[in-house]
Design a protein. Structure first.
Lengths: 334, 282
């Protein structure tokens, strides 16, 4: 990754460690990725691949004191033009950025809102905090935000409690909450997983529309490749805490280089229908996140693995705007 | 909108007739305490030796005590001290208990220290601890409040800590942090509002316990000075005449029972109302 790219967010060689009862584990091992303004980067991987931990580390929300960033940088370009390292930024400064310049939408719309505060009060809280508005104008802003995320009767709904709304409606509120201070980076951690398919599509369209309007960068965390195809400009695939492949969404879907990426793509129903070799599943269960063995982490599950894959650590090969972490990708592709 | 939800709340709360009755009784006692000078038929401290230990009559509805003082008037004025002390204990133990409970539940490092102190205090029998504290501090209304607050604060800490432990793990707390909300505000707004209902229920129970405990302390001579009429001191000073003049102890005793009972029932109603698990059963 080029050090002087004008990216909004540039995560370099991020390593996160967690202390557990069985010793230290390293769920994120040397993750590098970047998000430019106006760009949507999808971070893809199965459960336990470290994608959520990467996003939490970016927000400075790793559970303390167990988790910590043990290496690498999380560079973020502030609105002022200054670049800061979120991994080492003091908490008060980080708090000023959270919600104002970096916002996050969570997976669980049913529980991510405080049940005893009206949705308007919750949006107003963030607005007052970061934009310094008074109570009345903050509530007005809240109503505008609800209107922006296409909640009907926004003026009335501002005074409703979360339990009076459906899941899709609450996720819209979460998005309104995240967008309320015009952040330049939005981290969406599986924002549509808990919603049914039609609502999913609406939420995706909404995020895309707002992104165009505000021009923010989006880091979209998901395990749903269908969603990736629909929303992302670039894709970063993670496996066992490492980036295994990066590329633009078109290229990566057309010619996956890493065997794990191809295996994931082969799971897509559309491809299987079209497919030459039918729908496949990725064999066996993912490796333990903490285990830092020698060789390629995916080797035990890889159909193409040879002895050389297990021998030494595999580096991320970068070529133009694509990178892949596989010794034999040229052979396999050929 | 606000008004209709309040109305709904009240309707659900008073679905059980007993809760309504208890609430009315409680309100009547409180009103009596507030309006004591206008309600009491006599001065509570006027001594008339010629009319000592007279049974209930038209002049003294509930009889007179060993100094000829009107018992009804003393009960009415006693409500002020008894309920006042109870209320003060509730306020102090709620405030302190909520503060420490939130800290113990939220900051893992403080949890151990705070909860060990709580365990130590709760290991001692309530009334014994209170007697000890009053004995050390000296008998006065202020010290009784202080002693009973120390006795009941640990209960509040436990309730608040338990709720905080659950709520701090809920996603909305993390979501609030992701919006840049400070820890202090997360505690004082987001978590506090969510622990409010168990604390409120606990408050009514502690009110009842405190009224009883104050009476107990006064009866045992470790309470407020005898010249201040509380229901406890009335029973305490009347006990030696109980065999000749039962009204001296019966009526203050009834006042205590009525106040404590109505508080408990209202507390129960409040708990049933606020507990979503029990709400369905109602």
């Amino acid at each position: 990754m080029n050090m002087d790219t004008p990216s909004l967010l540039s995560i370099q060689d991020l390593e996160v460690r967690f202390r557990t009862e069985d010793g230290e584990v390293t769920p994120v091992r040397g993750v590098t990725l970047s998000v430019s303004p106006g760009e949507t980067v999808a971070l893809v991987g199965e459960s336990g691949s470290g994608k959520s931990v990467t996003s939490l580390a970016t927000m400075g929300l790793l559970p303390r004191p167990a988790g910590r960033v043990s290496g690498g940088k999380i560079l973020f370009r502030q609105r002022s033009g200054q670049t800061v390292d979120l991994a080492t930024l003091p908490l008060p400064d980080l708090r000023r950025l959270r919600g104002a310049e970096i916002a996050m939408v969570f997976q669980e719309p049913m529980t991510s809102l405080n049940p005893v505060l009206t949705v308007g009060e919750q949006i107003a809280e963030s607005v007052r905090l970061h934009m310094g508005l008074g109570h009345a104008s903050a509530l007005k802003r809240a109503a505008e935000m609800l209107d922006l995320v296409e909640i009907p009767n926004a003026r009335r709904r501002v005074h409703e409690y979360p339990h009076q709304m459906s899941g899709g409606m609450r996720q819209r509120v979460m998005i309104a909450l995240a967008m309320s201070c015009n952040p330049s980076l939005l981290i969406a951690d599986e924002p549509t997983t808990a919603l049914d398919v039609t609502i999913q599509a609406q939420i995706l369209v909404l995020i895309q529309r707002l992104q165009r309007e505000i021009g923010m960068g989006v880091l979209f965390i998901t395990h749903n490749l269908g969603v990736v195809a629909e929303i992302a400009d670039r894709v970063t695939v993670m496996y066992a805490g490492q980036v295994v492949e990066t590329g633009s969404v078109g290229e990566l879907f057309r010619t996956p280089r890493h065997p794990y990426t191809s295996a994931l793509l082969n799971c897509l129903p559309a491809r299987a229908r079209r497919g030459e070799d039918g729908r496949r599943v990725v064999q066996s269960i993912p490796g333990s996140i903490g285990k830092v063995g020698n060789g390629c982490a995916f080797a035990p599950r890889c159909g193409q693995a040879t002895d050389s894959c297990q021998a030494g650590s595999v580096l991320l090969e970068t070529e133009m705007d694509r990178s892949v972490r596989c010794l034999r990708w040229r052979e396999i592709l050929a | 909108m606000e008004q209709s939800s309040l109305l709904l709340f009240l309707r659900r709360m008073f679905r059980r007739k007993l809760v309504l009755v208890a609430f009315v009784v409680l309100c009547a006692i409180m009103l009596m305490a507030l309006l004591a000078p206008w309600i009491a038929p006599h001065e509570p401290t006027t001594i008339r030796v010629v009319r000592r230990l007279k049974p209930p009559s038209e002049l003294n509805w509930l009889g007179t005590d060993e100094f000829g003082r009107d018992i009804l008037s003393r009960i009415v004025y006693g409500a002020r001290a008894s309920l006042g002390i109870g209320l003060a204990v509730v306020l102090v133990s709620m405030t302190v208990g909520t503060l420490f409970g939130l800290m113990a539940g939220y900051f893992r490092s403080l949890d151990g220290i705070i909860m060990r102190v709580v365990d130590a205090l709760m290991a001692l029998p309530d009334i014994l601890l209170a007697i000890f504290l009053v004995a050390v501090l000296g008998a006065s209304a202020f010290n009784v409040v202080l002693a009973l607050s120390i006795v009941y604060t640990p209960r509040v800490i436990r309730v608040v800590r338990a709720s905080t432990l659950v709520i701090r793990e809920l996603p909305f707390v993390e979501a609030a942090r992701a919006l840049g909300v400070s820890t202090r505000r997360i505690l004082s707004v987001h978590i506090l509002l969510n622990v409010a209902s168990p604390v409120l229920v606990q408050a009514t129970f502690i009110f009842a316990y405190a009224v009883l405990a104050e009476a107990g302390l006064s009866f045992l001579g470790a309470g407020v000075p005898p010249e201040l009429p509380t229901w406890g001191t009335m029973i305490a000073s009347g006990q030696q005449y109980a065999d000749q003049a039962f009204w001296v102890v019966l009526f203050p005793g009834l006042a205590i029972v009525l106040a404590a009972l109505s508080l408990q029932v209202v507390g129960d109603g409040l708990r049933d109302m606020l507990d979503p698990k029990l709400r369905k059963a109602l």
